[in-house]
Ligand binder design. Structure first.
Ligand code: AMP
Ligand code: ZN
Length: 114
């Protein structure tokens, strides 16, 4: 956990483009955006992957989705649409092992995803 990039961002040890913060969650702009809107929403609690989410985290995970939807609305893409993604482990391309929602929007998304 001490080596976790997103824990360091949450602790303000590494700078990031933080656009939202509360006691449970943090949102910041992805450093390598894949769409006009590409924001990451993370819990302050260190959870490595979706596989480690427990029942006690249910409220927290719901809060991440509500935060993401609020940011989408604030960025003006709520009605047009957006995508929320949580990559999990190697086949999905997860590179940072601290759960995060990708909020992607501002362009048409493709389906199925690559
Ligand atoms: P994932 O591949 O799903 O684990 O997503 C990790 C995301 O974190 C990628 O989209 C990266 O571009 C992004 N990322 C990595 N380092 C940083 C950073 N220092 N600040 C903001 N985003 C980052
Ligand atoms: Zn972490």
């Amino acid at each position: 956990m001490s080596d976790c990039l997103f824990c360091k961002i949450a602790a303000k040890k590494i700078p990031a483009g933080i656009i939202y913060e509360d006691d449970l969650a943090l949102a910041f702009e992805d450093i390598n955006p894949q769409a006009p809107v590409h924001t990451l929403i993370i819990p302050k609690k260190h959870i490595p992957t979706a596989l480690e989410i427990t029942k006690e985290d249910h409220g927290l995970i719901g809060h991440l989705f509500q935060t993401a939807a609020k940011i989408a609305g604030d960025k003006g893409i709520g009605e047009k649409g957006f995508r929320l993604v949580m990559n999990t482990n190697a086949d999905a391309g997860q590179t940072v092992f601290h759960v995060h929602l990708h909020l992607l929007g501002g362009r048409t998304m493709h389906w199925p995803p690559g």
